[in-house]
Write a protein that binds this ligand. Structure first.
Ligand SMILES: [Mg+2]
Length: 273
C-alpha cells in the first residue's frame, strides 16, 4: 500500500510560463498582426476565469482551444503552437520553483516512504516540460491531469487512480475552490500553502493557524480572487477551510507529525507539532 502525498503545481510548487512569457509574446505578435494593441493577455485570462466560474474547469486549461477561439474572434489567421511556446519558455527565469525548500522537502518525503503525486488542472503536455526543467519529474511518482483522467479538481475522481495503489495522506495546494474542496472531497487533511501569511500567524503551528481568527482575512482575499464570494461575506463554507496552513514545504512535516499524533488520539495542531 502506497502512502501518497498529493500536490497542486501552479502557485504551490512552480511558476509556469503562461502569464509571464507566453501570453505577452502572443499579445505582441497579434497586436503586430492587427496594427493596434489588442489586450490579448487580459482577454485570455478573462476567458480562463469565465470558464472556471461557469464550472467548465477542464476547458479553462485548454490553452490551444482558448487561444484559437480568441484569435478567430479577432479575425487573426495566425496559427499558434502553444506546446512549442511552452517548450521554448521552459527555462529560468521564465519558470521557477516557488521557494528553495521544495526539492529538499520532496526528497525528504520520499526518504520517509511517501509516494508523491502532482494533481493539477493543467494539461499534461503543458505541465510536463516545465516540471522536467525544474527537476520535479525526478521527485514525483505520478502526474494526474484532467486530459488524462477526464475530470478536474475538485472532482474526487482525480484521486481514483492513486487510491487503487494506496491511500492519500494529505493534499497540498494554494486554491480554496480547487485544492481545499478537493481534499475535503476525498476525505483527507487539506493543507493550504500561502507564502505571504500575516506576521501574527507565523509563530503558530500549521494546525493552530487554520483555527486562528487572523487567517480569515487571508481566506476571504483568496475567495475573492477566485471569484467565490464577496469579500465582505460573513462566513466561509466549511469546504473552503484548510486543516493546516503552511508558508513553505518545510512546514509540511509538522502537519504530518500532527496527523500522526491525531491518529494516536492527540489533538490536531497542538503545541509542539
Ligand atoms: Mg494552484
Amino acid at each position: 500500500m502506497k502512502r501518497w502525498i498529493t500536490f497542486d503545481l501552479d502557485g504551490t510548487l512552480m511558476q509556469n510560463p503562461f502569464s509571464g512569457s507566453i501570453f505577452p509574446e502572443l499579445e505582441e505578435l497579434v497586436s503586430a498582426d492587427l496594427n493596434e494593441p489588442c489586450g490579448l493577455k487580459r482577454k485570455l485570462l478573462e476567458e480562463h476565469e469565465r470558464l472556471l466560474a461557469s464550472g467548465q474547469i477542464v476547458s479553462a486549461y485548454d490553452w490551444d482551444e482558448i487561444v484559437g477561439r480568441l484569435l478567430r474572434e479577432l479575425g487573426v489567421r495566425r496559427k499558434v503552437d502553444i506546446l512549442e511556446m511552452v517548450r521554448r519558455h521552459s527555462v529560468p527565469p521564465n519558470i521557477f520553483l516557488l521557494d528553495e525548500t521544495i526539492l529538499p522537502a520532496l526528497k525528504r518525503l520520499k526518504r520517509s516512504g511517501f509516494s508523491l503525486a502532482a494533481v493539477t488542472n493543467g494539461f499534461y503536455k503543458y505541465q510536463y516540460p516545465v516540471m522536467k526543467a525544474l527537476g520535479l519529474t525526478d521527485q514525483l511518482d505520478e502526474i494526474v491531469t484532467p486530459d488524462r483522467v477526464g475530470c478536474a479538481k475538485p472532482d474526487a475522481r482525480m484521486a481514483d487512480g492513486l487510491r487503487l495503489e494506496g491511500a492519500v495522506a494529505v493534499h497540498v495546494g494554494d486554491r480554496l475552490d480547487h485544492d481545499m474542496v478537493f481534499a475535503h472531497a476525498i476525505g483527507v487533511p487539506a493543507v493550504l500553502i500561502h507564502r505571504r501569511l500575516p506576521d501574527a500567524l507565523l509563530p503558530l503551528s500549521p494546525g493552530e493557524r487554520a483555527e486562528s481568527e487572523n487567517l480569515l482575512p487571508v481566506l476571504r482575499r483568496l475567495a475573492s480572487q477566485e471569484n467565490l464570494l464577496p469579500e465582505d461575506a460573513a462566513s466561509l463554507p466549511d469546504r473552503f477551510m484548510p486543516s493546516y496552513v503552511i508558508r513553505d514545504l518545510r512546514e509540511l512535516f509538522a502537519c504530518l507529525e500532527a496527523e500522526k499524533n491525531r491518529e494516536r488520539g492527540g489533538e490536531r495542531g497542538g503545541s509542539g507539532t
